[in-house]
Design a protein around this ligand. Sequence first.
Ligand code: NDP
Length: 256
Amino acid sequence: MSAALFDLTGKTALVTGSARGLGFAYAQGLAAAGAGVILNDIREELLQESVQTLRSQGYQAHGFAFDVTHEDAVESAFAALEAQGLQVDILINNAGIQYRKPMVELELEQWQRVIDTNLTSAFIVSRAAAKRMIARGQGGKIINIGSLTSQAARPTVAPYTAAKGGIKMLTCSMAAEWAEFNIQSNAIGPGYILTDMNTALIDNKEFDSWVKASNPSKRWGKPQELIGTAVFLSSSASDYINGQIIYVDGGWLAVL
Ligand code: NDP
């Protein structure tokens, strides 16, 4: 009985920024739980390679390249999905970027790009998905990707921190407006995870030592360790959870 709670058979999930990294892990995890998955990213070639990888593992996967910060591109993509008979039951707003720069050196364009990619995109894509979920009347699941910085600031990542803090309250706003339509909107806040986004930090001995020393688990997280939370929040097991952020950080925030 409990396994059925996590079964995503018959559902279709769109995961943004999923050609690699955590997005790819979420897509693979949801596919393994039975969902058809729609991968999105900017880079078409990498995206198609990732789609092929999932198909070669026996999963139902599609790829749609578009920039999640462009309203028109997002609307066109949803129209194209519908034209192919695909409806989005589960959305994971995962696409994100990060610059590391002290605020006094940060250019406005850099600030804006980080806010657009990590925060505004979640509004744009969720709006497109939610209005269709509401029209269909079958509910849905929206998972926004926050961060440790949704809760705690660190130096040199001001726009990222502002965006991820915004994700936390955007998630609450979605719950406030869409819960009555049986749409559950929640967020995941990953800790320090071994992905390409962190390559420079992983290679930096001082930073690597700090991550290991400050985390009670004494290590970085692995992308696969985020999958369980994504499947849970996509499934009927979480139908009465709304507006929450679940941190998957090895206990980092618990001892801050
Ligand atoms: P990666 O950089 O490895 O992957 C992010 C993907 O998003 C890339 O493929 C990137 O494409 C794509 N992307 C960037 N901008 C856009 C856009 N405008 N439209 C569509 N796709 C886009 O990052 P991670 O997998 O590490 O991170 C995924 C999410 O998790 C992000 O939101 C990040 O902030 C969050 N997170 C990650 C943590 C970590 O430790 N790794 C910790 C906390 C949160 P391209 O290759 O072209 O840049």
